[in-house]
Design a binder for this molecule. Structure first.
Ligand code: ADP
Ligand code: MG
Length: 238
C-alpha cells in the first residue's frame, strides 16, 4: 500500500514560508512527478513526506495513519539518493543490504532480499564489486536496490539522474519506468526536467514558489495548461 495524503501541509524556515499550506493526495501505485524551477520547494516537499524535515503545520497521512510526527524509519517509505551516496569501501551486496542490517534483519533474510533486488535490477553479476568498479548507470541501480530491499510503501526520488550524462539518463529513465510497471509501488519523483516529467508520470504536480500551480496527467497538462507558467514548463504553446 502507498496512499499518501497531505492536508494543509506548511513549511517555514525561520520566518520564511517556503511551502504555504498545501493539499495533495497521491494514490496507491501512482507515479507522481513534482516539477518546477530550482528553488520552488520540490526537495522540501519530498523531505517533508520522507520525514527528513518537520512540517510547521498540517498533517501527513500514509495509508490512513497519521505519520506527521513519525521519524523517517517508521514511515515505511524509501528515499532513493543519488548514486554518489553509496559507500565506496563496501561491496554492492553490502551497500544494498545496509538498510536491512540497520533494521536488524538476519543475514539469511538480508541475502534473500538482496538477491531478489539484484535480479530485478540486473546486478546479480556485480554483487561482489565495489561502487568504483561500476558504470554510472549500475551505481544508480545499486542506489535503487538499497531502496527496493526495504519493500517500502513508496519510493521517493530527488533528481536521481541529474549527475548522469545525457545518454545514461535516457536509459535510467526507462529503467525506473519499467521498475514501476513491475513493482506497481507508489513513486514520487522530483525533477526540473520536463521530458522526465512528461514521459514518466501518471500525475504531474507543477510547483511554483511552494504552491501547486496545477495537478494533472501529462496529457491534461499538455492540452489544458491553466496558465503560461504551466504551459512553459510542460512545453506546449498557449
Ligand atoms: P527545489 O528542490 O525545488 O530546488 P528546495 O526545496 O531545495 O527547492 O528549496 C525551496 C526553498 O527553501 C529555497 O528558497 C531554499 O533556499 C529554501 N530552503 C531549503 N532548505 C532550507 C533550509 N534548510 N533552511 C533554509 N532555507 C531552506
Ligand atoms: Mg531540489
Amino acid at each position: 500500500m502507498g496512499r499518501i495524503t497531505l492536508d494543509k501541509v506548511q513549511k517555514k524556515f525561520g520566518d520564511v514560508e517556503v511551502i504555504p499550506p498545501l493539499d495533495l493526495t497521491i494514490e496507491d501505485g501512482e507515479f507522481v512527478v513534482f516539477v518546477g524551477p530550482s528553488g520552488c520547494g520540490k526537495s522540501t516537499l519530498l523531505r517533508l513526506i520522507a520525514g527528513l524535515e518537520d512540517v510547521s503545520s498540517g498533517e501527513i497521512r500514509i495509508d490512513g495513519t497519521d505519520a506527521t510526527d513519525l521519524p523517517p524509519a517508521k514511515r515505511g517509505l524509501a528515499m532513493v539518493f543519488q548514486s554518489y551516496a553509496l559507500y565506496p569501501h563496501m561491496s554492492v551486496r553490502k551497500n544494498i543490504a545496509f538498510p536491512l542490517k540497520m533494521a536488524g534483519l538476519d543475514e539469511a533474510e538480508r541475502n534473500k532480499r538482496v538477491e531478489r533486488a539484484a535480479d530485478v535490477l540486473n546486478l546479480t553479476d556485480y554483487l561482489d564489486r565495489r561502487p568504483g568498479q561500476l558504470s554510472g548507470g549500475q551505481r544508480q541501480r545499486v542506489a535503487i536496490g538499497r531502496a527496493i530491499v526495504r519493500e517500502p510503501a513508496a519510493f521517493l526520488f530527488d533528481e536521481p539522474l541529474s549527475n548522469l550524462d545525457a545518454a545514461l539518463r535516457v536509459g535510467m529513465r526507462l529503467e525506473i519506468s519499467e521498475l514501476h510497471e513491475r513493482l506497481k509501488t507508489t513513486m514520487i519523483y522530483v525533477t526540473h526536467d520536463q521530458v522526465e516529467a512528461m514521459t514518466m508520470a501518471d500525475k504531474i504536480v507543477v510547483l511554483r514558489a511552494g504552491h501547486i500551480e496545477q495537478v494533472g496527467s501529462p496529457l491534461e497538462l499538455y492540452h489544458s495548461p491553466r496558465n503560461l507558467f504551466v504551459a512553459g514548463f510542460i512545453g506546449s504553446p498557449k
